[in-house]
Write a protein that binds this ligand. Structure first.
Ligand code: 5RP
Length: 225
């Protein structure tokens, strides 16, 4: 699996050329993309500016000597490469397994060529087996949690070692165990209107291409919509 992630990450780096502003994703697959960009910066003198999607990716990029700018300092991003937790045939996906969905979406929106790198286990017919992460402000989070319970969303606060996880943006993550999301676009819009919920992990139709590494090689799924 690790080898497949690496293949996808390195393949995605082919889309990066001199002079580009490049969104650097978060997670164990995007890690290999960032690593390859760092190698090219160091060994080939690649000239790019990176925009990161989490404090973890910032630390990795700084260690590799990749020049960085904040998303506030750029008007647009040429290409962003990020991972995903699930991808359906309509180019809808769930992200946020690594807890960085808010920053990831903020970077994805001004991106001209938005690319996901996944191993083939991430391709699904219907989203929702992976719990949908939603990022909520701390104030009122318990009340929101109870509201999700009443709606049957089977929420759980994201915790690591028994400690509630706080995102880089100082929010909580609530994971929703929805089973199957029959209409991700409609469900995403519903969540968009939930006060106290800052962002959700449904990224519907945003991605331009998905690089899928599998046991039979690499496939590139192009979203022509
Ligand atoms: C982090 C993300 C990741 O991109 C997603 O969880 C996929 O991660 P990985 O490549 O480690 O499976 O959305 O918030």
């Amino acid at each position: 699996m690790e080898e497949l992630k690496k293949i996808a990450g390195i393949k995605a780096a082919e889309y990066v050329k001199d002079g580009m502003t490049v969104g650097l994703g978060t997670g164990s697959t995007a890690y290999y993309f960032v690593e390859e960009i760092g190698r090219r910066v160091q060994e080939e003198g690649l000239q790019i500016v990176g925009v990161t999607t989490s404090s973890g990716t910032t630390a990795q990029a700084e260690n590799l000597g990749i020049p960085l700018k904040s998303v506030d300092e750029v008007d647009s991003i040429d290409v962003t490469v990020d991972g995903a937790d699930e991808v359906d045939p309509n180019f809808n996906g769930i992200k946020g397994g690594g807890g960085a969905l808010l920053m990831e979406k903020v970077v994805a929106v001004p991106t001209k060529d938005y690319i996901w790198v996944v191993d083939e286990s991430k391709l699904v017919d219907t989203l929702g087996a992976f719990k949908l992460p939603v990022e909520v402000v701390q104030y009122g989070a318990e009340r929101l949690f109870r509201e999700f319970e009443k709606k049957g969303y089977k929420p759980s606060f994201r915790e690591y070692d028994g400690v509630r996880f706080v995102t880089d943006m100082k929010n909580f993550i609530i994971d929703l165990d929805l089973g199957a999301i029959s209409d991700p676009v409609a469900f995403g819009s519903k969540l968009d209107h939930q006060v106290g919920l800052v962002e959700h992990g449904l990224f519907c139709g945003m991605v331009n291409r998905v690089i899928v590494a599998g046991k039979d090689g690499v496939r590139i799924l192009e979203n022509h919509a």
